[in-house]
Write a protein that binds this ligand. Sequence first.
Ligand code: ZN
Length: 366
Amino acid sequence: MRHVPALILAIASVLTLAMHDPLFAEVDPAAPVKPDPCAGDASKLGVSRTVEIDTTGGADVGGDKSDAKHFLNDGEVVLTFDDGPLKSDTRPILKALADQCTKATFFMVGQMALADPEMVKEVAAGGNTVGTHTWSHKNIRAISFAKAQQEIESAVSTVSKAKGTPVAPLFRFPYLNATKQTDAYLKSRNIGAVWIDIDSKDYRTRSPKVVEQNILSQLAKEKKGIILMHDIHAWTAAQLPDLLKELHDRGYKVVHLVPKTQAETVASYDAAAEKALAAKAAAKAANPMASRSIVWPLSPAPGTTVASVSAPEPRHKRTWRYRKVGTKRTVAADTSDDSAPAKIPVAKYRKGAKPKDDTSPWQIFN
Ligand SMILES: [Zn+2]
């Protein structure tokens, strides 16, 4: 038995080697093992596949445009949320998505991102794709091309700066209204326009059940599609856990859209966005409870693509969709009909929704 000490030594040296071998180095015995709760869990909706979109030279994604890119097979859906972020609704939506291990694309309004940059980060941290939806939800067909450029670029820069990294070069037109000029502009900026196939019509109801049924009944007919919802409605957030469960139980698969490259921002708008976000943070630090209004310090630098843009004019009285309501909800309900025809939905705006000091579209009320 005199070989026993030698054997012990040999085992000990193998163990010592193992501890220093890089193959073993990744496992830290002190660190708690975090299993991926989503891995291979068939009881969850999950993400069936990820589609990378190359927006070089622009792209029309989904919808019924003749040259649109279609990539969904029967039974596949893409989840999209417009108009936020708005914490009271965006956060429960993020939870519902995470609970089902699934992901969505959020088309954010620049003003909303400026009002709550932390929510922009939360949405991105959940692995969701963040695109943009103009600075202040203007109907592009109702404003000048110069102003449309401002609307697009202000959102791309502000949401990017709020997020901390560039947004996806994916854009959704408010009211799904585009013009030839803005189409060409997006192409020149390598930004893709994402259209819709299934409309939740969550701007026409306050019933979670109706929202869910709108989606499921259209899906039953169309078999697949990009689904439009809005993360500024409590009823949309309320129906989501049930909708996701139904999608799972009925065998639908979620496709996650991701961009091939990130959006390129315009320096002058970046500078303005940084200034606005800093002012916002300073105002919050100074008085966290105060109701605030911040003026977007837009001053395009000479020589940039926006140099010829004139100062914003107070000509949007009929399209205000944000209003000051104490310190709670900041968005007027039922005003986000993204599938409305090409006109400003005047009738939908509540009387008195226009802020008193509505002198510039570059103001944010929260
Ligand atoms: Zn919208």
